[in-house]
Design a protein. Structure first.
Ligand SMILES: Cc1ncc(COP(=O)(O)O)c(C=O)c1O
Length: 439
């Protein structure tokens, strides 16, 4: 049980000061210090994390998704230990990475061939390049609010504060060349009619449509993904599923298996590297074959090299993770744990009377503070972010770590973890300020 009586040690305070001095904002990604993550991790095991002061947390962040077996899973640790003795990187094809490529092709419906990268951002970047090389067009269509990593084409209208009229793109970062905005068309998620209208006008300039099949927390409405598949096929535009989050999480075959719609290409990441830096582009051989260096010098060739791509440590960690996921009952258990937590949280929200709802699927979900129906990014903008931040901060104080806008579950979470988390969620909801009702 988490010992909440412990206070922050002088060692942890010293490390935090050093982090603030040496890392911009004292953080690694978009979390804000110290509100989002007011501790320094010392170690993790199973569903738990411990900070430098010795305080214990139940972890629903899970390294932002990869740790579907929990931290330091014995099978992953053993596989990595064994591989460490044989070398850590070769820049050459090796046994683990060939076996991983084969397993990805067995598992993921669209995958006939695989090209490895080190991050999910690279995977979406090279999926887009592959689509351009094959289709001999340049523009891409993505969805407002969709996140595909942090490269220039991806950081378009992922989180616009004041969205523009469709299909105009808004860059999400400083430092992105102006011209890129003109290369990306933006469409509303879950709105097939608008996508069809945009494609009717722009199909001839488009190289790809890229989508998170499950966009952040938004599930696809019935027929949306099938409709995207149909319209992109009609115009022969490659459809790319960004399955960096959903791959091996929603089902062994990812969202394409879960929702029953098969794209031309997919970007995979997170789980396939078992907690190490490894990601991949996979898809139809007809498009993927252009990564073959023998095409160098032809107009079809897709240049793509990375020093650590196909790293054997990451590959054995990924293979060990996938082997655990193939064990009978693994997904039933994962979805069962997620359902208990998600539905429990939803019930607490109803009881609280707060204008809030729980959205998402059983293995990725969160609380959103709005009572509006949520099907696209603009509806998500109506949510009260301050209330969510207050909820998250209260959870953290009580030893529950979650993402800023996401909860991931793992096979390591026990019934006891779910019970404890629900107690904390209930207390956190009760602690939130209520708006006075006007008569
Ligand atoms: C859907 C999606 N695509 C791409 C990425 C980028 O992956 P990475 O952080 O490994 O670059 C992420 C990261 O969270 C993601 O959620």
């Amino acid at each position: 049980m988490s010992d909440r009586t412990k206070t922050r040690s002088s060692e942890e305070s010293r490390l935090m000061e050093m982090a603030v001095e040496r890392l911009p904002g004292g953080v690694l990604g978009s979390a804000r210090f110290p509100d989002d993550l007011g501790f320094v991790v010392k170690r993790g095991r199973g569903s738990k994390l411990w900070d430098v002061s010795g305080r214990e947390y139940i972890d629903f962040l899970l390294g932002s998704g990869p740790m579907i077996l929990g931290h330091a899973h014995p099978a992953v640790v053993a596989a990595v230990r064994e591989q460490l003795e044989h070398g850590t990187t070769y820049f050459l094809v090796n046994e683990p990475v060939i076996k991983l490529a084969d397993e990805l092709c067995r598992a993921v419906p669209c995958a006939e061939q695989v090209r490895f990268t080190s991050t999910g951002s690279e995977a979406t970047f090279f999926a887009l390049r592959a689509a351009r090389a094959w289709r001999k067009r340049e523009k891409v269509l993505k969805f407002e609010g969709g996140y595909h990593g942090s490269h220039d084409y991806a950081l378009m209208s992922s989180s616009p504060k004041s969205p523009k009229a469709f299909p105009a793109a808004t860059p999400d970062s400083a430092g992105i060349p102006h011209v890129i905005s003109g290369e990306v068309l933006i469409a509303p998620y879950n709105d097939l009619a608008t996508v069809e209208a945009l494609l009717a006008v722009h199909a001839d300039t488009l190289a790809a449509v890229i989508v998170e099949p499950f966009q952040r927390l938004l599930a696809p409405m019935p027929g949306f993904l099938a409709g995207l598949r149909a319209v992109t096929s009609r115009y022969e535009i490659p459809l790319i599923f960004d399955e960096v989050v959903t791959g091996f999480r929603f089902a062994y075959g990812g969202a394409q298996e879960y929702y029953g719609v098969v794209p031309d290409l997919a970007a995979l990441g997170k789980i396939i590297g078992g907690g190490f830096p490894l990601a991949a582009v996979c898809g139809r051989e007809e498009i993927m074959k252009n990564f073959d260096p023998r095409f160098d010098g032809t107009p079809d060739f897709i240049a793509q090299v990375g020093t650590l791509n196909g790293n054997p440590i990451a590959a054995v960690a990924g293979l060990a993770t996938l082997a655990e996921l193939r064990k009978p009952g693994a997904y039933t258990r994962l979805h069962g744990t997620g359902r208990a937590l998600r539905d429990g949280l939803a019930e607490l929200v109803t009881q609280s009377g707060l204008p809030a709802q729980v959205i998402g699927e059983t293995t990725v979900f969160d609380l959103v503070f709005t009572d509006r129906p949520l099907t696209d990014y603009r509806a998500m903008l109506t949510a009260d972010g301050a209330l969510l931040r207050a909820f998250n901060a209260e959870c953290l104080k009580q030893g529950i770590v979650k993402g800023k806008e996401k909860l991931y579950v793992s096979l390591a979470h026990s019934d006891e973890d779910v019970k404890r988390a629900l107690e904390v969620f209930g207390a956190a909801l009760a602690s939130l300020p209520r708006k006075a009702k006007t008569a």
